[in-house]
Design a protein. Structure first.
Length: 277
């Protein structure tokens, strides 16, 4: 048994090392490439070859200025603010209504939420595009914001799992004191949803930050570029300059990586606590 235990331990650590290499190797290649000059790239040095000047940050300055990264960061921050706020408010209130109110077809509504997660989004894009265009939101920052707020079924289920763990007696006590449904939700239920809110904010924020499809489809103007679409536009004037493209990729990766490293425990705790309620 001891030999089997040692073998199992060795395989476990080996799998972790392999997984780490698979994840870190592409990031390492991108980072090293971002520090190289155009001459080094033209010489055909290996992807893992060290740059001659490890403090060469000229590519980052080029990517930041010529790639309009500052405006892209501003547009992304604007979309993140309204999309996340709307998702938290709509998701939490929807979950509260589904769990606390007894109305006809309540089970059908919950089932339809589940069915919605099974429908591929690409199959409804023609109809969605027509609706967005008819409201005059096409080629504006509000187009992806509205779509991000109205299509997050996962957030509703996260809030629903947490609300089911809050005793109904709290609602009844507040109603005896004269509180209406909105007051019960806003003053009692919502403050108890802080772990769920943190989980939804992190997951939704990373999803919106990394999304390419919706900004590219609904905001074709260059001045409305987000982080992901600005990086995509590097393929034009910098199509053969991988050092500049890699610098832009690092600028996009770093905020998400830092946020995930500092907030990962909230993600895991939110999922595990919601799953056990």
């Amino acid at each position: 048994m001891s030999a089997r235990a040692r073998l199992a331990g060795s395989l476990k650590y080996l799998s972790l090392v392999v997984a780490a290499v698979v994840v870190l190797l592409p990031l390492t290649v991108v980072f090293l490439t971002s520090l190289k000059t155009g001459k080094e790239m033209a010489d055909g040095s290996g992807a893992l070859a060290l740059p001659e000047n490890p403090l060469n940050f000229g590519n980052y300055a080029t990517a930041f200025s010529d790639g309009r990264m500052l405006g892209a960061f501003g547009n992304t921050a604007f979309i993140l603010l309204f999309a996340i706020t709307g998702t938290v408010v709509i998701g939490s209130m929807t979950a509260y209504a589904v769990d606390r109110f007894d109305f006809r077809f309540r089970r059908l509504v919950v089932a339809l939420f589940l069915v919605a997660t099974l429908v591929p989004g690409v199959t409804t894009q023609v109809a969605t595009f027509q609706i967005v265009d008819s409201f005059g939101l096409y080629d504006s920052l509000w187009a992806p914001i509205v779509l991000y707020m109205g299509t997050d079924i996962v957030s509703i289920y996260i809030f629903l799992q947490f609300i089911r763990g809050i005793p109904v007696s709290l609602d009844e006590s507040a109603r005896l004191d004269g509180a209406n449904s909105f007051t019960v939700f806003w003053r009692i239920i919502f403050p108890l949803l802080k772990p769920a809110v943190a989980t939804v904010v992190i997951i939704k924020g990373i999803t919106v930050y990394n999304d390419f499809y919706l900004p590219f489809l609904y905001m074709p103007s260059e001045e409305l570029g987000t982080i992901s679409t600005s990086l995509f536009r590097f393929k034009g004037p910098f199509g053969a300059h991988w050092e500049n493209i890699s610098a832009g990729a690092v600028l996009v990766i770093v905020p998400t990586l830092v946020a995930f490293l500092f907030l990962q425990r909230y993600i895991y705790n939110g999922f595990t606590r919601g799953a056990t309620r």
